[in-house]
Design a protein around this ligand. Structure first.
Ligand code: AMP
Length: 282
């Protein structure tokens, strides 16, 4: 696996491969790689002969007071994992390479509507940071395909909308959420949890599964189901940001006869913000 920091070197390498007829599949990450990320690298293999993974802890998607400064940076271990997962390139650009005019003067890509609720309202500016950096990385890598995780459900919908709206010639695929044995969605932020919080954390997924079960049995009292889950999470020691039952396709409010739903939740456990979701096909 090649580790590349400069855009110039990246472009030269990718040009060589493209000339040889290879397609480029891309997995953007913020590093501290776990099995969730590595599953996306394996999925990317199915979308291109060459797989590029980026690691860039993007300052513009963190609000003041969030964990940008302490976000776990584990480059050497990440390199070993990526090389075992058979990535072809690890691209880890500097902030100057990604934001040549600095973050304050940077062009912003804003996707309206899908980004306005849930994590969009709980973390103002977050999705603008995500879409802006993903657009920059897309322009650098110019991939044929890009792979995102279902774990960040709203994020992958927003990216798909951006790609469609801007007619970017990139096929976007979504890989399923990888979980610990007790159901907790894998996340770099799980390591912030104390031992006690870690033992409570799987209840977030359990609350979503409980809603999914009710939906399967024909219960369509969406707001009641959401409220019951919020109460359940509070009782378990979480501070919920939101629990929402929406149309899987676009996060619009569902009718009683919608059959492709997503149940999304975010909740604070101590100092750690956890998110999760489950898809429900009725
Ligand atoms: P991050 O490094 O947190 O920005 O995540 C990079 C990519 O990995 C995003 O597309 C995430 O949705 C995805 N991802 C993170 N956690 C998981 C997980 N547990 N399962 C599958 N994909 C994940």
């Amino acid at each position: 696996m090649l580790t590349i920091e400069s855009l110039e070197e990246l472009r030269e390498q990718l040009q060589d491969w493209r000339t040889g007829g290879d397609h480029i599949a891309f997995v953007p990450t913020m590093g501290n790689l776990h099995e969730g990320h590595l599953s996306l690298v394996r999925l990317a293999r199915a979308h291109g002969e060459r797989v590029v993974v980026s690691i860039f802890v993007n300052p513009t998607q963190f609000a003041a007071g969030e964990d940008f400064a302490v976000y776990p940076r584990t480059l050497e271990r990440d390199k070993r994992r990526l090389s075992r997962a058979k990535a072809d390139v690890l691209f880890c650009p500097s902030a100057e390479e990604v934001y040549p005019y600095g973050t304050a003067q940077a062009t912003i890509v804003h996707v309206p509507e899908i980004g306005s609720e849930f994590c969009g309202s709980a973390r103002p500016g977050h999705f603008d940071g995500v879409t802006s950096v993903v657009m920059r990385l897309f322009a650098m890598v110019q991939p044929d395909a890009a792979v995102f995780g279902q774990k960040d459900y709203q994020q992958q919908l927003i990216i798909k909308r951006m790609v469609s709206d801007l007619n970017l010639p990139i096929q976007v695929a979504t890989g399923p959420t990888q979980r610990e044995e007790d159901g907790l969605a894998m996340s770099s932020r799980n390591q912030y949890l104390s031992e006690e919080e870690r033992s409570l954390a799987p209840q977030l997924h359990q609350a979503l599964e409980a809603i999914a079960e009710r939906l399967h049995t024909g219960d369509r009292n969406y707001s009641q189901l959401e409220d019951a889950a919020v109460t359940r999470l509070k009782d378990a020691g979480f501070t919920p940001d939101y629990v929402g039952i929406r149309r899987a396709e676009n996060l619009a409010a569902p009718d009683r006869d919608d059959d492709e739903l997503v149940v999304l939740a975010a909740a604070q456990l101590g100092k750690t913000r956890l998110i999760d979701n489950v898809l429900v096909h009725i």
